[in-house]
Design a protein. Structure first.
Length: 202
């Protein structure tokens, strides 16, 4: 296996690949930069996507999971750029209309975020979630809508991000601490004065 960490607008991403396929993307850094033509291609395509010059990926992928998870991840790859599906719609699409919750769990376990676009799945109420963990997904979804010229849709996502930040502040009573915690988790910036880890910001 080859591993490489790259810096991006949504923080550090660590890419892993076998000789034949990309196997994982993780948020966070491992400090590695292995030589690999496949990782070169993956890094280039991810940078193009984040720069809004690419909408689809042309990479061999090899996610590892259960048969059900593989069905969910395959369905995720059919969601077009800049569009969304609810968990219920995705469950129906794979022939398991009562499995929306299980679809959500499979979405959470997606080993290849961005390449397998779990950020395009939303709740039945139109929201994408409620904690810090979805902030990178909000950025990705907003980026896609901006690139398509869908400014109102992007504003709606920005509203969702503001709602999440407000919810965290309401729970912890300290906007400054929440902002610093977001910077710590997303960019690895240690600004001091934050009780780390802050509870309930998973």
């Amino acid at each position: 296996m080859s591993t490489r960490t790259i810096e991006t607008p949504i923080g550090a991403l660590t890419l892993t690949a076998s000789a034949d396929a990309v196997t994982a993307i993780r948020f966070g850094t491992q400090g590695a930069r292995d030589a690999s033509a496949l990782l070169d291609a993956a890094e280039a395509q991810l940078r193009e996507y984040l720069a809004r010059t690419r909408r689809t990926f042309d990479l061999p992928l090899d996610p590892r999971g259960t048969a059900f998870e593989l069905r969910v991840w395959a369905a995720l790859r059919t969601i077009p750029y800049g569009e969304t599906r609810t968990y219920g719609e995705l469950a129906a699409a794979i022939g398991s209309p009562r499995a929306a919750r299980a679809v959500g769990m499979a979405n959470h376990r997606n080993p290849l975020p961005i390449l397998i676009p779990c950020h395009r799945v939303i709740g039945a109420d139109g929201g994408i979630g409620g904690t810090y963990a979805v902030m990178p997904e909000l950025y990705l979804a907003m980026n896609e809508h901006i690139n398509k010229g869908e400014i109102e849709a992007a504003r709606a996502i920005q509203y969702d991000a503001d709602r999440i930040i407000y919810k965290m502040c309401e729970a912890h009573g300290n906007l400054y601490a929440v902002q610093k915690e977001i910077l710590r988790r997303m960019y690895g910036l240690e600004l001091g004065g934050v009780r780390a880890p802050m509870p309930n910001l998973a």
